[in-house]
Design a protein around this ligand. Structure first.
Ligand SMILES: [Zn+2]
Length: 206
């Protein structure tokens, strides 16, 4: 495939495809015909979801296409609900989707090990729901300008959570550290259990 998702991390790609039920071969890091067929199936299904639920700005599209299919449905339903609902000139985009373990480790090193601050995450590779295709972060924009902090993140959550999207969880509802741009699909599993299932290619979405 040209331009294929996670083509430089085939183990990660196979885990994602297998846990979504699209790949049934062994997770071996080799891009063979079965991996290729699973990628095609993933892309076909992603396109169907987009055709059904609508498409958004290019940055959002790029990030949504990194998500597990069920998360793609939830993310598009969420954006449909909030699109145009937060006021004139206000747009919501998905600014972050799935990260490989290696990409997560790059983030973890920011602000640590002699690298300049700030720290941006407490999660190493395999410790974030962003590593399993089930989490995304939104950005709120006013007339195209990114708003890192705004009460509109709460408004977006109120609107989005009222849309009846099954399994949708908001990081702003967490006890302790609240991550208001963050959304994810419920698993009812610990992060360790999700990681183990992901690495075996088993389903972890309720
Ligand atoms: Zn997040």
């Amino acid at each position: 495939m040209s331009n294929a998702l996670f083509a430089d991390d085939v183990i990660f790609l196979q885990r994602l495809l297998k846990s979504a039920g699209l790949y049934t071969d062994i997770i071996d890091g080799d891009w063979g015909p079965n991996t290729d067929a699973a990628v095609t199936a993933f892309e076909t299904r992603s396109a169907q979801i987009a055709a059904t639920l609508g498409t958004f700005d290019p940055r959002t599209e790029k990030n949504i296409q990194t998500l597990h299919l069920r998360a793609q449905e939830a993310a598009r339903a969420f954006l449909r609900a909030v699109d145009g609902a937060l006021g004139a000139n206000i747009t919501v985009r998905i600014i972050s989707g799935t990260r490989t373990y290696a990409e997560q480790d790059v983030l973890f090193r920011k602000g640590r090990f002699g690298n300049p601050p700030p720290r941006v995450t407490n999660a190493r590779g395999g410790q974030s729901n962003h590593n399993f295709g089930i989490a995304w972060d939104i950005g709120v924009f006013r007339s195209g300008a990114y708003l890192p902090e705004s009460p509109l993140y709460n408004t977006a959550a109120t609107v989005g959570l009222a849309a009846g999207i099954i399994g949708l969880e908001w990081g702003g509802n967490w006890t302790g550290f609240q991550d208001r741009p963050h959304y994810q699909l419920a698993t009812n599993l610990s992060i360790t259990e999700v990681r183990e299932r992901f690495e075996r290619g088993q389903s972890y979405i309720t």
